[in-house]
Design a protein around this ligand. Structure first.
Ligand code: KG4
Ligand code: ZN
Length: 349
């Protein structure tokens, strides 16, 4: 089965081709440079860029995969959640292409696709290969600029949301604190870089909801405490040593909560494995500390490959192929994109 997948929920345009569990192509056009001067994603600019990029990316993905449009068995695209206009562009583009070619089109949930990316592994001759045989029941951490979710995945195709952020997403917290510190957009990677050389214990930032018994997260208080610390100590970060220590301390506060709550949920539920995906999975401290915590608790760990941690269509095509093989019905043509689609809402499927 050959499936062409499309992702356009935020600021990444991506088209991928999956064939029998193998990702033959995964073309991505990042809009980071486009939004940099505004210090955040501008929805109207994002959807215009999706509109401009989709057709060339689809051509590129088909060429890389060595597949013609007529050979495709199905199309799939992210229906939600995400930026309304950005989603609409990708979803309608994909529906139109499928309709014109007389192929089925499947709506995919962005977070469910994230659950699949840790099971796609880089392969020598093709970009990625699905490792479904290795699948284990897991607790999945999805962490990006737009979402922070903890999901129980007892078996492939089944999932239950355990918790999420009650305010800012983890990536948003990285980006907003980085902005307060004066780092360039997007701040997460820049803060991570500086933190590598700093002392994580130098500044005692709060660990929000760390000891609370539920699986929710909160990051806006941490951002406020960074703001107050900088207001009360002007010039603090002029010293390069203090700047690195500050970054390391902010990073430690975010990562400690993510790691502790993820491992605690997996242990509590008796799941043998933890997975992680989303842009923040690129964070070096998260990768190291989650690995160490999983080792300590006897849990297996599957981190999405860095190229599949950020938004991509490979995970969309991979999920759609699995769903179609399990007999999923094509999505009716009149179905619209759904910006507020919650992973917990099974009725919207
Ligand atoms: O998944 P993604 O590309 O887009 C969505 O938000 O959907 O994630 C981007 C987020 C940004 O907030 C970015 O700052 C963060 O991931 N990020 C990082 C790192 N790399 C990317 N945060 C901390 N450390 C990193 N190394
Ligand atoms: Zn995402």
């Amino acid at each position: 089965m050959i499936v062409l997948g499309v992702e356009s929920s935020c600021d990444e345009t991506s088209v991928a081709v999956a064939r029998d569990g193998v990702i033959r192509a995964n073309a991505v056009a990042s809009q980071v440079a486009l939004h940099a001067e505004y210090g955040g994603v501008v929805p109207e600019l994002a959807s215009r860029a999706h509109l401009k990029n989709l057709l060339p990316l689809a051509r590129l993905a088909l060429r890389d995969a060595g597949v013609t449009p007529a050979e495709l068995d199905a199309f799939a695209a992210t229906r939600g959640p995400g930026l309304p206009s950005a989603l609409r562009v990708g979803w309608r583009f994909t529906q139109a292409a499928a309709f014109a070619l007389g192929k089925p089109c499947l709506a995919v949930h962005h977070h469910e696709a994230h659950l699949y990316s840790p099971w796609l592994v880089p392969a020598g001759d093709v970009p990625f290969r699905a490792d479904w045989d290795a699948f284990q029941p897991n607790v999945a951490l999805i962490v990006s600029g737009g979402h922070t979710l903890l999901v129980d995945v007892p078996e492939e195709g089944r999932h239950r949301v355990l918790g999420g952020t009650v305010d800012d997403a983890a990536g948003e917290c990285f980006d907003k604190t980085a902005k307060l510190i004066g780092l360039p957009y997007p701040g997460g990677p820049a803060l991570d870089e500086l933190a590598e050389e700093g002392d994580p214990a130098a500044f005692p930032f709060p660990r929000p909801l760390l000891r609370d018994p539920h699986d929710d997260f909160s990051f806006s208080g941490l951002k406020t405490s960074v703001r107050y610390r900088l207001r009360d100590h002007p010039g603090l970060l002029d010293d390069p040593r203090a700047l690195r220590d500050f970054c390391a301390s902010v990073r430690a506060a975010i990562i400690e909560v993510l790691v502790a709550k993820t491992v605690r949920a997996a242990t509590r539920l008796g799941r043998p494995c933890v997975t992680a995906s989303g842009g923040v999975t690129c964070n070096r401290a998260l990768r190291r500390d989650l690995a160490a915590a999983c080792r300590e608790h006897g849990l297996a760990l599957r981190l999405a490959a860095p190229a599949l941690s950020t938004d991509n269509a490979a995970m969309v095509a991979a999920l759609a192929e699995r769903q179609l093989r399990r007999g999923a019905a094509p999505t009716p043509w009149e179905v619209e994109s759904l910006p507020s689609w919650s992973l917990a809402d099974e009725t919207a499927r």
